[in-house]
Design a protein around this ligand. Structure first.
Ligand code: KG4
Ligand code: ZN
Length: 342
């Protein structure tokens, strides 16, 4: 079954064609990072205009690179939420027009549910990753969300813990801003951390022993306090040390809670997804801790390019909905900017 995926929930315009929920035939992503960089964050109006300009050429490219055309596609899957309303509208309306004119089925999907499918994507000629195994514990850590989710099967998910305030990616982005580093903060803080000492500053591990809920805003406030005390003046090595110490604190909390959840729910598998899952320290520490403490639990980590927003993961999830005949009416499908995982 061939699914065309469309993703425009934030600042990436993306389209992809995926076969049977795993095999990536094409994956086209146009990032708007450079457009938003001067503002130090995503500007919704700028994002929406760029989506309008890019979406049709990107869908055409995804179909062409997959060696197919709209007529041969079985269904169109599109992100309906959560995300920026004006960004979501463009993807959903494009998908609806295409579905209507080509007489195709359409499926509106949850972006957070899609991120988990990034981990089982396979490219032609590439190494074969494992398929999802249930029950699994899924850590979604992105710019807008940080949640631990228990999945008993495809399409069956229950959030067992979420952040009370900032998301992990948001904390990375805010700390980068405090340190006057460029946007987007996550990858830049991670890179600076590579040259720093993670023991330089003793940042707190918020709510480490309190269930599966997260809180990252206090950690950011601690960095703010430090920055103010130093009147925003730091040497390059001091910035590296702050980045390394901050990153270590976030990773410690994420890994401790994820492995604890896997143990408590006797998970067959741990899966991570979302932009923060691109973080190399998170990958390494989770790998080591899972191998040492949970030898019967498999760890599935997406390729870095599938950690951040893309449409292949949307097309992959679309397959599992299509398989069950769960389609939306093209005239009924609506954006849901505040959609949660439930
Ligand atoms: O999933 P994503 O691409 O978009 C959302 O759905 O939010 O996640 C973007 C977030 C940003 O906050 C970005 O700073 C963070 O992921 N991020 C990282 C890294 N790469 C991206 N955070 C830490 N380390 C990274 N290497
Ligand atoms: Zn995302």
């Amino acid at each position: 079954m061939l699914i065309l995926g469309i993703e425009t929930s934030c600042d990436e315009t993306a389209a992809a064609v995926v076969k049977n929920g795993r095999f990536v035939l094409s994956n086209v992503v146009s990032s708007q990072t450079e457009l938003h960089a001067p503002y130090g964050g995503v500007v919704p109006e700028v994002a929406a205009r760029d989506h309008v300009k890019s979406i049709v050429p990107i869908v055409d490219r995804a179909l062409k690179e997959a060696g197919t055309d709209l007529e041969k596609i079985d269904a169109i899957a599109v992100t309906k939420g959560p995300g920026l309303i004006t960004s979501l509208l463009i993807g959903v309306d494009t998908a609806k027009s295409l579905a209507y004119t080509a007489g195709k089925k359409i499926i509106g999907l949850n972006h957070l549910e899609a991120h988990v499918y990034a981990s089982q994507l396979q490219e032609s000629g590439g190494e074969k990753p494992a398929a999802l195994k249930f029950p699994l514990i899924y850590l979604i850590a992105s710019g807008g969300h940080t949640e631990l989710v228990l999945m008993e099967d495809h399409l069956k998910h229950k959030t067992i813990g979420a952040t009370r305030d900032d998301a992990a990616g948001e904390a990375f982005d805010k700390v980068a801003k405090l340190l006057q580093l460029d946007y987007p903060g996550g990858p830049i803080v991670a890179e600076r951390a590579n040259s720093g000492n993670s023991r330089s500053y003793a940042f707190p591990r918020p709510m480490l022993d309190q269930g599966f809920e997260f809180s990252f805003s206090g950690l950011k406030t601690d960095v703010l306090r430090l920055v103010k005390k130093n009147k925003y003046k730091f040497s390059a090595p001091a910035i590296n040390n702050i980045c390394a110490s901050f990153q270590a604190a976030v990773v410690d909390v994420l890994v401790t809670k994820t492995t604890k959840a896997a143990r408590e729910h006797q998970a067959e598998m741990i899966v991570i997804g979302g932009g923060v899952s691109a973080n190399q320290l998170l990958r390494n520490v989770l790998n080591k801790k899972t191998a040492a403490e949970l030898p019967n639990t498999e760890l599935l980590i997406p390729k870095v390019k599938y950690s951040t927003d893309n449409a292949a993961m949307v097309a992959a999830l679309g397959y599992y909905y299509a398989r069950e005949g769960k389609f939306d009416g093209w005239d009924k499908l609506k954006v849901e900017p505040n959609l949660s995982l439930g």
